[in-house]
Design a binder for this molecule. Structure first.
Ligand code: PGA
Length: 249
């Protein structure tokens, strides 16, 4: 982590949780938030629980976000949720193009960029996720895949890029227990940084995601271009999530 940038540790609950378990988890996070030191904490929760997150986290140092957003502002789009609706619930962050949405919902990189633009249009911060599959990596193609995924997002321009976050999540490391080595992660982060610099926004935070745990977080955070983490499984356990954030100290 470059000391001039702050550290962001963001949980992605995915489709997990219920009112009772969330209440325990959110209370645990609020109670332990000071352990995060200088790291900023955030949780991206399923849509129905945004109001619960808002109630539990308002007034705390922890912010909350959503896991997806519609490209449309309003209209006949059954099942979609607009950025303005998210803003109504105090949302700060929106995950855009998580690999599960790209793989399971056929989201293309241009749709992902449109979602980022929709979030920005109402003042939310998009967290644009990119990452290669194992076969991309084995074919030595990771750099090209990341560059392709980034292209439409970079085209949004420097002003937009300055207001977003990029998350590098190698698909082969998500939920598998197989983390990219700090060096592998840094290699891609530096490539993303170079692209951002070239597009006039070198300070855009770049998070790493993929089996981040308390045991591997500090080695990842020690890398020059890793500005925090997007945490799936370990964000469902308050102790683990807080310990990850504490390793940024
Ligand atoms: P994981 O998920 O930490 O469980 O690997 C990360 C993510 O998908 O955001």
């Amino acid at each position: 982590m470059n000391p001039s940038r702050s550290c962001l540790v963001m949980g992605n609950w995915k489709m997990h949780g219920n009112l009772a378990d969330n209440a325990v988890l959110l209370a645990g996070l609020v109670a332990g938030a000071q352990r995060a030191g200088h790291a900023q904490l955030a949780v991206c929760v399923p849509f129905p629980y945004l109001v619960q997150a808002q109630q539990a986290l308002s007034g705390s140092a922890i912010s909350w976000g959503a896991q997806d957003v519609s490209v449309h502002a309003h209209g006949a789009y059954t099942g979609e949720v607009s950025a303005a609706m998210l803003a109504d619930f105090g949302v700060s962050w929106v995950l855009c193009g998580h690999s599960e949405r790209r793989a399971l919902h056929a989201e293309t990189s241009s749709v992902v960029a449109a979602k980022a633009a929709a979030a920005l249009s109402v003042g939310l911060t998009p967290v644009v996720c990119v990452g290669e599959t194992l076969s991309d990596r084995d074919a030595d193609n990771a750099d090209c895949v990341i560059a392709d995924q980034l292209e439409p997002v970079l085209a949004l321009g420097a002003d937009a890029l300055a207001k977003m976050v990029i998350a590098y999540e190698p698909v082969w490391a998500i939920g598998t227990g197989r983390t990219a080595s700090p060096e592998q992660a840094q290699a891609i982060h530096s490539l993303i940084r170079a692209a951002l610099v070239q597009h006039g926004s070198g300070a855009t935070p770049i998070l790493y995601g993929g089996s981040v745990k308390p045991a591997n977080a500090s080695a990842l955070f020690a890398q020059a271009d890793i500005d925090g983490a997007l945490v799936g499984g370990a964000s469902l356990v308050a102790e683990d999530f807080l310990n990850i954030a504490a390793s940024a100290a």
